[in-house]
Design a protein around this ligand. Structure first.
Ligand code: ADP
Length: 496
């Protein structure tokens, strides 16, 4: 009887289930979108029950599609949208509030207050993060402060990120756990001692009794309840989405880097067993690993593929995202035009919230294709800036970028990325690296795969892009980009 690993990829807009075989091939996958709830400007919520129901239905659909039953699932791996926060009552199993999503800004004043009280350094030092409403800590604090919970009921409350919530549901309330990677995004977890931090908990007035048990990403967390799939299936791999992708890309060595080109870009670099503190606006986070704990540096670009959507939906310059490549290929270069898509400010390494988009270098001859090409190239320039920051922080030079995500299908972008960074860009055959990473973590824990070497053998490269541009030409282009970024910063009131 053929056996498979089932990966649950619970994302921000949809719940997905993917079935992998021993060679790492995708056998079946199902996807189900769910409702985004925006109660006020800047607020984002999900209904936890809907998250669970959509996830469960995709699991059932995948089994049906593949024509197999639960007994053929060797193990389950879970990867999830990170930081999103659920609080529920363990006696009723019911959430006390909607899930507060990572994008939600409602707790920024709580963060401002903590920073004013001088807590920035403590938080950075202990958690590796920059204090921000993005992380789970103040979201839990907000739920406790704003829902009508009597003092004697607080002891019945449980907190979880989405991995924890799904495991609780899958096990019928038996598992209340998370893994190091998800814990490291809560702003409550000490990444050096690998424990919930009492000082941070009291700072945010969160009782320790709410928090899940934390364990390594690869290992048995518990079992699904029998009623769901007719058998108890082990849940043996858990990691936040970006860390799962890092693992799925086989970035097992210190200095290995992956970049996911989606709506935004997420760059992660494995830094080995030692956490590296950034001096350039990156965050330190725990990476998924099978042995001793490993760390990663992480930098994000807010607007990447979203700039291509903007060309399509607002500028109406293209009908589909892939069309951006055909248009850009019509011209040799942008003719000196740069687009800085700082629509929501600039992230790492600039961190300028009120920067806004900028187009520089327009001439009478600038045409549609050059504009499109400049927008596409902005993904590569922004990635370049984060990469250089990583190199400085980790004190090493990056020779290779492992790419995935929707926009990594764009060959022109991949080639330009190699040209501008001088690093090789490698695209794997399976770009569903998030689900694959979760499957690998789960499969390694139960002996479905015997070692990381076993997995490396599986991973096949679909395309390699070698840097071809002269270094001087790349430098010249980067000079123009830096100037354009300076304009965006000047606009934001930077009077340098
Ligand atoms: P997410 O998981 O963030 O929703 P995906 O990995 O599915 O994102 O990638 C979708 C993004 O990639 C969209 O923003 C889209 O504009 C962009 N995209 C998809 N295909 C291409 C392409 N061929 N060239 C450029 N951008 C693309």
């Amino acid at each position: 009887m053929e056996k498979y690993i089932m990966a649950l990829d619970q994302g921000t807009t949809s719940s997905r289930t993917i079935l992998f075989d021993r060679q790492g091939n995708m056998i079946a996958q199902e996807n189900c979108e769910f409702k985004q709830i925006f109660p006020k400007p800047g607020w984002v919520e999900h209904n936890p029950e809907e998250i669970w129901n959509t996830q469960l239905s995709t699991m059932r659909q995948v089994l049906e599609k593949a024509g197999i039953d639960g007994k053929q699932i060797e193990a389950i791996g879970i990867t999830n949208q990170r930081e999103t926060t659920v609080v529920w009552d363990k006696t009723t199993g019911k959430p006390v509030y909607n899930a507060i999503v990572w994008q939600c800004r409602r707790t920024s004043d709580l963060i401002d207050r903590m920073i004013k009280d001088g807590c920035r350094e403590t938080i950075c030092e202990k958690t590796g993060l920059v204090p921000d409403a993005y992380f789970s800590g103040t979201k839990i604090q907000w739920i406790l402060e704003h829902t009508d919970i009597s003092a004697d009921r607080v002891k019945d409350l449980l907190f979880g990120t989405i991995d924890t919530w799904l495991m609780w549901k899958l096990s019928g309330g038996k598992i209340h756990a998370t893994d190091y990677t998800n814990a490291s995004r809560t702003m409550l977890f000490n990444i050096h001692t690998l424990e919930w931090d009492s000082e941070l908990l009291s700072l945010m007035q969160i009782p320790k009794s709410m928090l899940p048990k934390v364990q390594a990403s690869s290992g048995i967390f518990g079992y699904t309840k029998k009623e769901l799939f007719g058998t108890e299936i082990p849940i043996s791999g858990v990691a936040g989405d970006q860390q799962a992708a890092l693992f799925g890309q086989c970035c097992f060595e210190k200095g290995d880097v992956k970049n996911t080109y989606g709506t935004g870009c997420f760059l992660l670099m494995n830094t080995g067993n030692v956490p590296v503190r950034s001096k350039n606006g990156l965050v330190t986070t725990i990476a998924a690993s099978t042995g001793a704990v490993e760390y990663a540096l992480e930098g994000s670009v807010f607007v990447a593929g979203a700039a291509i959507q903007w060309l399509r939906d607002e500028m109406k310059m293209i009908a589909t995202a892939p069309e951006s490549e055909q248009a850009a290929l019509q011209v040799e270069d942008t003719g000196g035009v740069y687009v800085v898509p700082a629509f929501t400010g600039l992230g790492a390494p600039y961190w300028k919230q009120n920067a806004r988009g900028m187009v520089t270098g327009l001439t009478r001859g600038t045409g549609r294709e050059q504009f499109i090409r400049a927008t596409l190239e902005s993904l590569a320039y922004q990635t370049h800036d984060v990469l250089r920051a990583m190199e400085h922080d980790a004190n090493l030079s990056i020779q290779k970028i492992k790419a995935d995500g929707g926009a990594s299908k764009n060959r022109l972008l991949m080639q330009f990325q190699a040209d501008i960074t001088g690093a090789q860009v490698v695209r794997p055959a399976v770009i569903e690296t998030t689900g694959l990473g979760a499957a690998y973590l789960a499969g390694l824990a139960v002996g479905y795969w015997s070692s990381k070497e076993d997995i490396i053998k599986n991973s096949s490269i679909e395309a390699v892009f070698e840097p071809k541009m002269e270094k001087a030409a790349a430098e010249e282009k980067l000079k123009g980009w830096k100037q354009a970024v300076r304009c965006a910063l000047l606009y934001a009131g930077d009077d340098e």
